[in-house]
Design a binder for this molecule. Structure first.
Ligand code: 5AD
Length: 361
């Protein structure tokens, strides 16, 4: 359709559309125009990053969580979840293994687990940065105070992932218990940016009750926040949650959103997520071909990997495992991309060198 083409071209040249236009694009796009949109997004990613795909080693270090998000398999209310915490030694061992495999970013992800208090997390960050001064550390441990975020940043954390989940407060309230609010989530994101983190927000594609208007609001919020990273994966139900009977998000919607985000924020670090690889065996390849430029293989120890089940059937072997980076490399090469070595920072971001005297590079 001509109008859809015109919107895609304008999104590429002006980097923005109105809320109504985003809605129209999301609702009216046909298969031919999707192919065109993916192509434009891919060419944008190529212009910024060439054919490099950045990898991050994901360490899921605790599945204890004080929150009770209705969609999430590690919500507090899930009594069936078998809970674990990695020890400091186990976490450092993951980094050691990851470093040897070529990873230069470690993502420490976990539930909001009060056992890992501010000092414990700061200590972990400090130890990792001391042992691997040429690596970036990304934290993804939920909502905390400005002071806490600052403490971790001062300990050496470079980046922080905190999906906003939805930019619409009513929709947010349908996904979370009343103890949580969108306003607080957004304040956290603003604080992270103000402190100096490379900051990631994001959503699930096809979360229950999500409308195209909600998605348009998400896009406008992203444009306003200007995050360095955006995480988007399909919602996938987990059988021990209130959303167990909800329909999953689709591959098509996820790819559509990835490519729109790429055109709107050309330099953004955009992962082809594990959830995308879970709903489709070549989901991550398709994500890359729609403008994604990051993959986050799993570095967690084998014996806990099945316990970090945010949703049913989450993949954790094959190219998803960090130890199989060779397979990932082959799969990326098969579609014309190369797994890059290096931290893969947001272009132009100020990188604070840690412990320059012991730097290996
Ligand atoms: N399906 C897909 N993604 C999920 N997440 C949590 N639960 C699910 C699910 N059931 C995502 C959330 C969270 C991130 C860590 O994982 O968006 O921010």
């Amino acid at each position: 359709m001509e109008k859809v083409r015109e919107l895609i071209d304008r999104l590429e040249s002006q980097r923005i559309l109105t809320k109504e236009e985003f809605c129209f694009l999301i609702e009216s796009i046909e298969p031919e125009d999707r192919v065109y949109l993916y192509e434009r997004a891919r060419s944008q990613a190529r212009a910024v990053y060439g054919n490099a795909i950045y990898v991050r080693g994901l360490i899921e270090f605790t599945n204890f969580c004080r929150n009770d998000c209705y969609y999430c398999g590690i919500r507090r209310g899930n009594r069936q979840a078998s809970r674990y915490r990695l020890t400091r030694e186990e976490i450092l061992e993951c980094c050691k293994e990851g470093y040897a495999l070529g990873f230069r970013t470690f993502v420490l992800q976990g539930g909001e687990d009060p056992w890992f208090d501010d000092d414990k997390i700061a200590g972990l960050v400090r130890e990792i940065k001391e042992a691997y001064p040429d690596c970036a550390v990304t934290l993804s441990v939920g909502e905390h105070s400005y002071e806490t975020y600052k403490k971790w940043f001062d300990a050496g954390a470079d980046r922080y992932l905190l999906r906003h989940e939805t930019a619409n407060p009513e929709h947010y309230a349908k996904l979370h218990p009343s103890a949580m609010s969108l306003a607080h989530r957004m304040q956290c994101l603003r604080n992270l940016k103000a402190i100096g983190y490379q900051t990631g927000c994001g959503i699930m594609a096809g979360s229950p009750w999500q409308t195209s208007e909600n998605l348009a609001e998400d896009l406008l919020f992203m444009r306003d926040l200007e995050p360095e990273m955006v995480g988007i994966g399909p919602f996938i139900p987990h059988h021990e949650t209130p959303f167990k009977d909800k329909a999953p998000g689709t591959l098509e919607l996820t790819l559509l959103l990835l490519s729109i985000v790429r055109l709107m924020l050309p330099r953004v670090l955009l992962p082809a997520t594990t959830a995308l690889g879970t709903i489709d065996p070549i989901g991550r390849e398709q994500g890359v071909l729609a403008g994604a430029n990051v993959v986050m293989p799993n570095l967690s120890p084998l014996n806990v990997r099945k316990k970090y089940m945010l949703y049913d059937n989450k993949i954790s072997t094959g190219a998803e495992a960090a130890s199989n980076i060779a397979e990932l490399r082959q799969r990326m090469e098969a579609i014309g991309y190369e797994v890059a070595v290096g931290r893969g920072d947001y272009p132009g971001s100020k990188v604070i060198p840690s412990a320059p005297s012991t730097s290996r590079s």
